[in-house]
Design a protein around this ligand. Structure first.
Ligand code: SAH
Length: 490
């Protein structure tokens, strides 16, 4: 194979050409990446680094193209059989054809490479089980722990939402939209979701058939049942179901309630009307038709003796993987290293999940979040847990925090957990002015994390510790928890 870099190669290839390439890398969306002998880069779904693949080119751009896997000439040692029959079509899991070990390595490498390439930060891999780090090669490296994976990496999601449609015979089906279409691929047992989902969906689909309640049709805008949303509290076993319907009221309600309420774990049945032709799943308040309007869940850290109960409605934001979330929150507590005298800011706080964890160990916690309903939940959850030292503010962190600072607020420790685009520059500037001793950064995007770390480490903070987590097994996403400390001068 040629050693040419692909960047300035123009394209000699056209649609429907067939070529054999060795897959060497993985792209943003989990596609395998390989290069032709003349240096043209091709992205191909369902391929794994190490594969020798015969592909057909389906689309070309100037410097790269897209291929379809036609035949595997040599299978990578990292390849495995997807456990889900519709893995290739659904698109929810991009990495199922890779062994879990290879997936974890891929994610760890992604964090390491982004930190180095974008952040200019060199990490030292601490070998699992090794007592001391080897600093012989690089002196200015940061300690990075091996990624924390899951022992059981299926059925980890506590929330699922299934679109409802009809098959060719007119029977109601639940599943997933086939990419870029209105067609639903039937799948009542997504392996990432809880086992109870299957029976709940079956009950809803049987009720639809018996009572002749039609599935919503995205093209015509007719029919009733659009989505079924299911949430389960892993610690409590409580389950809530929400039907999103193209109607004001649920027809044949009693028949459905009678059957669903009898299932194990169900504590509430709710509906949300959505009569608009839109891709947005839920755009109206949730109404309870039976039982309760929310479930409770508990997150704990045994090491710190902290336990917080959360009340979660179908529309609330709540972390979808509670097993890994507990590990991450415990790490946040560990890195925040609180003695009980500190004021802590939890920025991008959602429903205050991290804030309430921190409150037990801090003098005061200030949470800031842009979604007003989330802040309502945060306040309710604080009251439910008898937590009195947490204050919550609605607004953009980059506006609220400078305003609080102008009024004299300060923070000894700052925790940020921003969305993928990372922290706003104005917020980072204000954090520097507030001058906290420690900053814990929880990130769902290593690239923006690296960008923000580059700025912070150039402005008086030292990156001390990096810990990636696999919170979304079989998808391309990776979560990272970092500690920064104020650089000691002198
Ligand atoms: N820490 C929470 C939520 C993290 S998700 C938890 O662990 O559950 C990121 C959160 O940032 C979301 O709740 C989102 O609504 C919020 N958000 C997005 N942009 C924001 C901004 N500019 N200012 C404050 N919050 C923002």
């Amino acid at each position: 194979m040629s050693s040419n870099k692909f960047s300035n190669r123009t394209n000699n290839w056209k649609k429907n050409d067939t070529v054999s390439i060795r897959i060497t890398d993985v792209g943003q969306n989990g596609e395998g990446i390989g290069r032709t002998e003349d240096g043209y880069t091709i992205f191909t779904k369902n391929t794994v680094p190490g594969d020798l693949a015969e592909i057909r080119i389906v689309k070309t751009q100037k410097t790269y193209g897209f291929g379809r896997l036609m035949r595997l000439l040599e299978a990578s040692k990292d390849r495995t059989e997807p456990f889900c029959p519709i893995a290739g079509q659904c698109g929810g899991c991009q990495l199922q054809h890779m062994t879990y070990e290879a997936e974890l390595q891929l994610k760890e490498n992604k964090v390491r490479n982004d930190l180095e390439r974008i952040g200019g930060i060199v990490t030292e891999r601490r070998k699992a089980g090794a007592g001391s780090e080897d600093h012989s090669q690089r002196t200015e490296s940061v300690r990075m722990e091996p990624i924390v994976g899951m022992e059981v990496n299926r059925r980890y999601r506590n929330k699922a939402q299934f679109p409802i449609g009809e098959d060719e015979q007119g029977n109601p089906v639940a599943g997933f939209y086939a990419g870029h279409s209105h067609r639903i691929i039937a799948c009542e047992d997504c392996q990432l979701g809880v086992e109870e989902n299957r029976e709940i969906l079956r009950t809803v689909l049987d009720w639809m058939k018996e009572q002749k309640v039609a599935a919503y049709n995205e093209e015509t805008g007719k029919g009733i049942v659009r989505h079924v949303l299911i949430r389960k509290g892993f610690a409590t076993g409580e389950i809530i179901v929400c039907l999103i319907i193209n109607a004001r009221e649920l027809p044949h309600k009693d028949a459905l309630v009678g059957k669903l309420s009898a299932l194990k774990g169900i504590v509430g049945i709710t509906i949300s009307s959505n009569t608009k032709k839109t891709n947005v799943i839920m755009n109206a308040p949730v109404r309870t038709v039976w039982g309760r309007g929310e479930i409770e869940d508990i997150l704990r850290s045994e090491a710190f003796g902290v336990q917080v109960r959360y009340s979660i409605s179908p529309a609330s934001f709540y972390q979808v993987n509670p097993v890994q979330t507990e590990k991450i929150y415990q790490k946040v507590l560990e890195l925040a290293d609180l003695s009980g005298t500190e004021t802590v800011m939890d920025l991008y706080c959602g429903i205050g999940t991290i804030s309430l964890f921190l409150a037990a160990k801090a003098a005061k916690v200030i949470g800031v979040e842009i979604v007003p309903e989330a802040i309502e939940d945060a306040k309710k959850n604080a009251a439910m847990n008898g937590i009195k030292n947490a204050e919550f503010y609605v607004g953009k962190a980059e506006e609220v925090v400078p305003a609080l600072y102008a009024k004299g607020a300060k923070a000894d420790v700052v925790v940020v957990d921003p969305p993928r685009k990372g922290c706003d520059q104005k917020l980072l500037d204000t954090i520097l002015q507030m001058d906290p001793g420690r900053l814990v950064y929880v990130s769902c995007d290593p690239a923006t994390l690296a960008r923000d770390l580059k700025f912070l480490t150039a402005n008086g903070y030292e990156l001390k510790y990096v810990q990636p987590y696999d919170q979304f097994c079989h998808t391309v996403h990776v979560e990272t928890c970092c500690l920064l400390e104020k650089t000691v001068v002198g």
